[in-house]
Design a protein around this ligand. Structure first.
Ligand code: SAM
Length: 268
């Protein structure tokens, strides 16, 4: 009796489970938080190699099942809660890794929450929809590159570790999956004067991604910039105003937003 609404696709392939654990490089020094243990297949594998596994599961029907499976373990803690709301820093002292076969309906909010809310997370190894994984790791230039790529790569070194076919799950999802590895960078990838402003610029730039960078920034819904300000900033950082957002690197967005921030503030 699976709950589709909770993204319940259980992994039934031993090799894939092993590969996820290998990718996370777990040692006896690691504390792992698992999001959505389901019936505990991945949890059991990780408990063998990690110091501690804390598994956060939302479905109340699975809690007694999990408690029973892990009764004899002294390094597994089952937490009944919502991964979008639990305070991870209350669950662990010190740093931790996240390893999970994520519920796909909330992949992006979970990952962005982990990265943006200042939790002490070192590394995130998670199964996601392949297409979402591709957007997270995309470089400038292609259709996959956008707000999600920049949001993830601003905080981490991101790569796809391996691709997973639908056949290893019950029930089978409609799409392929990917295990991604995000190594959190404590130092930001780029120097920003104002982080909020940077992300407003990025969002505006991709709001209508077929437009030139000049057009999308002057008609940006998130921020009120004049054509002069935009032209001046683009010239100052040496970006052709006819380029599209998808061609700009994170470094270029950083420079652009730093200059625009100055112009924007001085007119206020
Ligand atoms: N780890 C198991 C496996 O690999 O077989 C199950 C993975 S399944 C894709 C996702 C799991 O996340 C389900 O057990 C589901 O109940 C749980 N879940 C869904 N939404 C959640 C949430 N907001 N917080 C915590 N767990 C959630």
């Amino acid at each position: 009796n699976l709950k589709k609404s909770l993204g319940q696709n259980f992994l039934i392939d031993n090799n894939i489970l092993d590969k996820i654990v290998e990718t996370a490089n777990l040692t006896e020094n690691d504390t792992v938080i698992e999001i959505g243990p389901g019936i505990g297949s991945l949890t059991q594998k990780m408990a063998k190699v990690a110091n501690k596994v804390i598994a956060v599961e939302l479905d109340n029907r699975l809690i007694p099942v999990l408690n029973e499976i892990f009764e004899g373990y002294n390094n597994v803690e089952i937490v009944h809660g919502d991964a979008l709301e639990v305070d991870f820093s209350q669950l662990v002292e010190g740093s931790f890794k996240i390893v999970a076969n994520l519920p796909y309906y909330i992949t992006t909010p979970i990952i962005m929450r982990l990265l943006e809310e200042g939790f002490n997370v070192e590394e995130i190894v998670v199964m996601v929809q392949k297409e979402v994984g591709e957007r997270m790791v995309a470089s400038p230039g292609g259709k996959d590159y956008g707000i999600l790529s920049i949001g993830v790569q601003y905080h981490t070194k991101a790569e796809i570790s391996f691709i997973v076919p639908p056949s290893v799950f019950i029930p089978q999802p409609k799409v392929e999956s990917a295990v991604i590895n995000l190594k959190v960078d404590k130092e930001a990838a780029v120097d920003l004067i104002d982080e909020d402003f940077f992300f407003k610029i990025v969002k505006s730039a991709f709001h209508q991604r077929r437009k030139t960078i000049r057009n999308s920034l002057t008609k940006a819904p998130y921020i009120n910039l004049s054509r002069d300000q935009v032209d001046q900033a683009l010239e100052e950082v040496g970006i052709d105003s006819r380029r599209r957002a998808e061609k700009l690197s994170i470094e270029q967005f950083a420079k652009l937003s730093n200059v625009l921030f100055g112009l924007y503030r001085s007119k206020e």
